[in-house]
Design a protein around this ligand. Structure first.
Ligand code: PLP
Length: 382
C-alpha cells in the first residue's frame, strides 16, 4: 500500500556506515534504518549470531522456554529496572504491552476508567493503542474512532503535566527525547514533574526508549542521563541490530501486573531475534563505546552548528536534529543530500534528523558535515 513516500533508491548492500545501491553508487548512511542498524550494517557479531541460531533453532512459540530469550530478559532487566520483560516484534507492540500493564495496574488500584497522559509531539507507534497516545496522529479522524482514555499536554510543560495527572491516571507515557518530532529533548524539570506526579498519584511513569535506547544517546538507556527512573520502559529499533524485536521492561512495581491470558505474541522473543539482541548488547553495553558515542556526538553537533543555514542543533549522543534557517526546505535538502550520497531523514518541515551508526568513524562525521555544508550553501543562495 502507499503508506510511505520512498526515496527513489534501491539499496542492495550495506557494510558499517556505508550502503550501495543497485547501480553500485556508494552512500554514507546517517540514518541507519531509523536508528535500527545502530552497529552499522551487517555487523559481524550480529550476522554470526543470526546465522548460528538460524541453523540451530528458529522458532518454538511462547509456550516454551529458550535460552537466548531467558538470557536476554535477564540482561535487559539487570541493565535497567530490575523487574520482568515482555518481548514483542516492534516498537508499537512494546508500547501496547506497556499500555496494558498501565491499565491493569490502574484497575488494581480501583480506577474504573484509567487515563494515559502524553506530551504533544510524542510518537509511540501506529497500532491503535500507541496511536491514541500519539497526539499528532490521533487527530486523523479518517482512522477513527480512536481508543478512549488518552490525553495530552503541551510538550515539556511541567505545570500542565502536573495538572493533568490525577486520581484516574494510569500512567504518564512519554519519550525522554522526542524523535519523530525532530529530536526534541524533554527538560529535566518536566521529567521530574512527571516522576513526582506519578509518585503522588500512584500512576506509572513509562518512558518510551524505542528510539533513544540501546546506546543511542551515549548511555545504554537515555533515562540514565536524566534525574528520573521510570517504572516501565519500552525498547525496540536498535535492540536487534536490524532484526525485528521489541521489549517492554518493568520495574518491580509493575512486574506482575500481567498474568497468563492477559497478553501474548506468537513470534515475539524467538531464539533468532533474541540471539541478535544479545549480540548487540555485547557490543553496545560497553563504557568505552558509550563514551565514544558522547564524544563523536559532541563533535558532530559542533560541526553542524558552525554551518551556514543551520539555526539550531538539538539532541544527545548520536541522536541529532538539525533545525534549518527559515526559508530552507528540509525535504529538498534531504533529497539533495541523497543525490550527493548521504542518507539522512526529514521528520519535520525544517529539520534534518541524523542517526548514524554508534560505531561511525570520525572521517565519516567530517564527510557528513562537509556534505551537509555544501548542500546548504546551494539552498542559502536561492
Ligand atoms: N516509539 C518511538 C519513540 C518511535 O520512534 C517509534 C518508531 O519510530 C515507535 C515507538 C514505533 O516503533 P515501530 O515502528 O517499531 O512500531
Amino acid at each position: 500500500m502507499r503508506t510511505y513516500r520512498r526515496g527513489a533508491v534501491d539499496f542492495v548492500r550495506g557494510e558499517g556506515s556505508l550502503l550501495w545501491d543497485a547501480d553500485g553508487k556508494e552512500y554514507l548512511d546517517f540514518l541507519t534504518g531509523i536508528s535500527v542498524c545502530s552497529l552499522g550494517h551487517c555487523h559481524p557479531a550480529v550476522v554470526a549470531a543470526v546465522q548460528e541460531q538460524a541453523g540451530r533453532l528458529i522458532h518454538v512459540s511462547n509456550l516454551f522456554y529458550t535460552e537466548p530469550m531467558a538470557r536476554l530478559a535477564e540482561r535487559l532487566s539487570e541493565s535497567s529496572l530490575g523487574g520482568r520483560v515482555f518481548f514483542a516484534n516492534s516498537g508499537t507492540e512494546a508500547n501496547e504491552c506497556a499500555i496494558k500493564v498501565a491499565r491493569k495496574h490502574a484497575h488494581g488500584r480501583g480506577i474504573a476508567a484509567p487515563e494515559i497522559v502524553s506530551f504533544e509531539g510524542d510518537f509511540h507507534g501506529r497500532s491503535y493503542g500507541p496511536l491514541a497516545a500519539t497526539p499528532g496522529l490521533a487527530r486523523n479522524e479518517a482512522l477513527g474512532p480512536m481508543l478512549p482514555g488518552f490525553r495530552s499536554v503541551p510538550r515539556d510543560d511541567a505545570a500542565a503535566l502536573r495538572e493533568a495527572v490525577g486520581e484516574s491516571t494510569a500512567a504518564v507515557l512519554i519519550e525522554p527525547i522526542q524523535g519523530e518530532a525532530g529530536i526534541r529533548p524533554i527538560s529535566d524539570e518536566a521529567l521530574l514533574a512527571a516522576r513526582q506526579a506519578c509518585d503522588e498519584s500512584g500512576a506509572l511513569l513509562i518512558l518510551d526508549e524505542i528510539q533513544t535506547g540501546v546506546g543511542r544517546t551515549g548511555s545504554l538507556w537515555a533515562y540514565q542521563q536524566t534525574p528520573v527512573r521510570p517504572d516501565v520502559l519500552t525498547s525496540a529499533k536498535a535492540l536487534g541490530g536490524g532484526f525485528p524485536i521489541g521489549a517492554c521492561i518493568t520495574g518491580p512495581a509493575a512486574a506482575d501486573a500481567l498474568e497468563p491470558g492477559d497478553h501474548g505474541s506468537t513470534f515475539a522473543g524467538g531464539p533468532v531475534a533474541t540471539s541478535a539482541a544479545l549480540a548487540v548488547l555485547d557490543v553496545v553495553d560497553d563504557p568505552v563505546l558509550l563514551r565514544r558515542v558522547r564524544e563523536l556526538g559532541a563533535e558532530l553537533r559542533e560541526g553542524l552548528a558552525a554551518l551556514d543555514g543551520v539555526e539550531e542543533v538539538r539532541g544527545r549522543g548520536l541522536m541529532i536534529g538539525v533545525g534549518l534557517a527559515e526559508g530552507i526546505e528540509a525535504r529538498a535538502v534531504g533529497a539533495d543530500l541523497l543525490r550527493r550520497g548521504l542518507v539522512v531523514n526529514v521528520p519535520a518541515p525544517a529539520t534534518l534528523r541524523l542517526l548514524p551508526s554508534l560505531l561511525v568513524e570520525p572521517t565519516h562525521v567530517e564527510r557528513a558535515v562537509g556534505l551537509i555544508g555544501e548542500s546548504l550553501l546551494g539552498f542559502s543562495r536561492l
